[in-house]
Design a protein around this ligand. Structure first.
Ligand SMILES: NC(=O)c1ccc[n+]([C@@H]2O[C@H](COP(=O)([O-])OP(=O)(O)OC[C@H]3O[C@@H](n4cnc5c(N)ncnc54)[C@H](O)[C@@H]3O)[C@@H](O)[C@H]2O)c1
Ligand SMILES: O=C(O)C1=N[C@H](C(=O)O)CCC1
Length: 251
């Protein structure tokens, strides 16, 4: 039986690709394609197995909470998820109409980015220094990218688990050039016409450097990951909140 998929943010750069990908998938049917101004209440368990949410960070939480309240499972690609927002999703799921209801959030659906993130956590304990540089198209509204925030937390956790302390840094004056410090990791954002979505993790020791780089040149790179997440959530067994496509890969 086909998986019925509704898309929220369907007119956006990502949402329009998702509509195309769902229409091209043999095992999926497009249910509703909604965008700003449309009534989210139209999405119900009767017409939708999984709703895919790609909107903007300022509205994603409200959309996800509404969909949870309507008894619909959600796959989310929109960025901007803080611990506080994630806690609100978890709390809403605890009161959801269905006991097995699921929300899946991925900061990045591209396999290159998911692997870069994973390799960075593997490498992090072996290096004194690590910094993240993310580079995106200039239409992006949030900085740093959701992916870079996720990468920084992963590096920080791996360093903590290995008993590493703060990274060496003698900077005494900084007008912002050292980037944003996320969980002790410096993150730098570049916005440049011609780019799509790119990330570099720089890891350094005395006399050596490892660079891990992921390049997404086209938004089609995110679609296999989106469809994988839709299939996993539709198949069941993932009740509650799951974050990160790595959870669905045998890494
Ligand atoms: N997880 C990933 O792999 C991945 C990949 C690319 C982009 N993103 C993220 O996805 C999000 C969307 O990116 P984009 O480039 O498609 O942005 P976009 O601005 O092109 O699209 C956003 C769409 O959401 C619509 N929208 C706004 N408010 C809405 C509402 N209340 N209800 C329904 N629709 C609404 C807009 O009209 C627009 O069509 C961003 O947060 C971006 O960082 C994630
Ligand atoms: O184009 C965007 O916007 C992207 N957003 C995500 C992020 O912030 O990490 C994923 C990459 C593309």
């Amino acid at each position: 039986m086909s998986i019925k998929v509704s898309v929220v943010g369907a007119k956006g750069r990502m949402g329009s690709h998702v509509v195309e990908a769902v229409n091209g998938a043999d095992d999926m049917d497009l249910a509703l394609a909604l965008d700003a101004g449309d009534d989210l209440a139209a999405i119900t368990p009767g017409n939708t197995d999984v709703a895919v949410e790609f909107t903007v960070p300022t509205v994603a939480l409200d959309n996800v909470l509404a969909l949870i309240g309507q008894g619909v499972d959600v796959v989310v690609g929109t960025t901007g998820w803080t611990d506080d927002k994630l806690a609100r999703v978890t709390a809403a799921l605890a009161d959801a109409p269905r006991a097995d209801q699921a929300v899946f959030i991925a900061p990045n659906f591209a396999i290159s980015a998911v692997l870069a993130d994973y390799f960075a956590t593997v490498a992090a304990p072996y290096f004194e220094s690590a910094e993240v540089v993310e580079l995106h198209h200039p239409n992006k509204v949030d900085a740093p990218s959701g992916t870079a925030i996720h990468t920084a937390h992963g590096i920080a956790e791996a360093r903590r688990a290995a008993g590493l302390g703060a990274m060496p840094d003698a900077t005494e004056t900084d007008g912002g050039s050292r980037g944003q410090v996320i969980d002790g990791v410096h993150v730098h954002a570049v916005r440049l016409r011609g780019l799509n979505a790119h990330e570099e993790v720089l890891l350094g020791n005395a006399g050596e450097q490892l660079t891990i780089r992921a390049d997404s040149f086209d938004r089609i790179s995110f679609m296999p990951g989106v469809l994988l997440a839709v299939r996993k959530i539709a198949a069941g067994g993932h009740a509650g909140l799951t974050v990160g496509l790595d959870k669905f890969l045998d890494l």
